[in-house]
Design a protein around this ligand. Structure first.
Ligand SMILES: Nc1ncnc2c1ncn2[C@@H]1O[C@H](COP(=O)(O)OP(=O)(O)OP(=O)(O)O)[C@@H](O)[C@H]1O
Length: 328
């Protein structure tokens, strides 16, 4: 797949979700400027973008909550704004960023209650609640009131509620924010299971490692449009760059042409295709003769590097935003 046609995921399947030329402005400020997106059935799509680029706005538009100003949306073959909400609500599941749980009900009763709201019989709701409690690792908390759960446990319950009715299309907006390692592992396992069972999932996150874990396809929202969409390995192949960091004992060399100092480390100021050759050439420089090297790090061409390229960020921007290392 070449860069020119990266904007569509190649698939022969009928997409579970498709939108074309979706626009949305708030108070005259355009947030979505013509979004095109395809989500094949049974696939996970990681929707990535900087803070405030409109990922949640797009999810709200796709999930039928906030009608776009223009454009077309089809979810499970339905237009969200021309389909009775009772029908559309059965097709989609949504876990927005803000928690939506009943604080006075137990974990089990939250799940049973939402199951009932979504049209499950009492028996189905009981059995589905038990299944999700197991899947999310919430068995010890099954009889705990939601308000007494930890933040990560609340997040797990909130996510489980979105899938109680086994929706065909699932929107998960930063489901692992505030989740500890155990909660995060539970949520990711559950997302994979849902996809294996045929659900199509749009998943937003600022933790890029999660996208690798989910083996999700990627869509990058940049300046109101999807700038790149494609499978993870293709995105990495086309956009990721290797790099190097060289640390010193004592004073680093004052100037090395083609390299720059970042946080006391020397980094190439250009894309690196062959790290070993770059290092060999660096050590031949006269300015390196008096320097004492402490460590050399080869930065692999990975999703973080691809993100940096697509977002037009350099290493310094990346450190400031915290994106990519899961620390934001
Ligand atoms: N109802 C609204 N009224 C006015 N402005 C809004 C509304 N909803 C969103 N916005 C604005 O639209 C822009 C995009 O917000 P959105 O929450 O969609 O971004 P995001 O990509 O999900 O951000 P983050 O990664 O921080 O969650 C922001 O500038 C936000 O302030």
């Amino acid at each position: 797949m070449e860069r020119s046609n990266m904007n569509t995921v190649a698939t022969e399947e009928r997409p579970a979700l498709a939108c074309r030329s979706v626009t949305k402005a708030f108070g005259g400020r355009a947030v979505l400027k013509g979004v095109d997106l395809n989500l094949p059935q049974g696939r996970i799509l990681g929707l990535l973008g900087k803070n405030g680029t409109g990922k949640s706005t797009l999810i709200s538009a796709l999930a039928g909550l906030e009608e776009p100003d223009s454009g077309t949306i089809s979810v499970g073959g339905h237009d969200p704004y021309r389909t009775p909400s009772r029908v559309f609500g059965r097709i989609v599941g949504l876990a927005p960023q803000d928690l939506g749980i009943y604080p006075n009900l137990t974990v089990r009763d939250n799940l049973r209650g939402f199951g009932g709201i979504q049209g499950l019989s009492m028996r189905q709701a009981r059995s589905r609640a038990d299944e999700l409690i197991e899947l999310m690792g919430l068995r010890p908390q099954a009889a705990t009131r939601a308000r007494d759960l930890s933040g990560g446990q609340k997040r797990r319950l909130h996510t489980a509620i979105a899938l109680v009715h086994r929706p065909r299309v699932l929107f998960l907006d930063e489901p692992t924010v505030g989740a500890d390692v155990e909660a995060r592992t539970g949520i990711l396992a559950m997302v994979r299971t849902m996809a294996e069972q045929g659900a199509s999932i749009i998943y937003t996150t600022h933790y890029l490692q999660e996208i690798e874990h989910l083996d999700a396809a990627l869509a990058f929202l940049v300046d109101g449009r999807i700038s790149v969409q494609g499978p993870l390995d293709e995105v990495v192949r086309l956009y990721a760059k290797a790099s190097l960091r060289v640390g010193f004992v004592g004073r680093p060399p004052s100037h090395v042409e083609g390299w720059r100092m970042v946080d006391g480390h020397l980094e190439p100021d250009h894309p690196v295709s062959n790290p070993e050759r770059e290092i060999a050439e660096l050590f031949r420089r006269p300015s390196m003769q008096d320097a004492s090297v402490n460590d050399i790090t080869v930065i692999q061409p990975d999703i973080e590097s691809a993100y940096r390229t697509i977002m037009g960020m350099d290493t310094d921007d990346m450190r400031q935003s915290g994106t990519g290392n899961g620390e934001d």
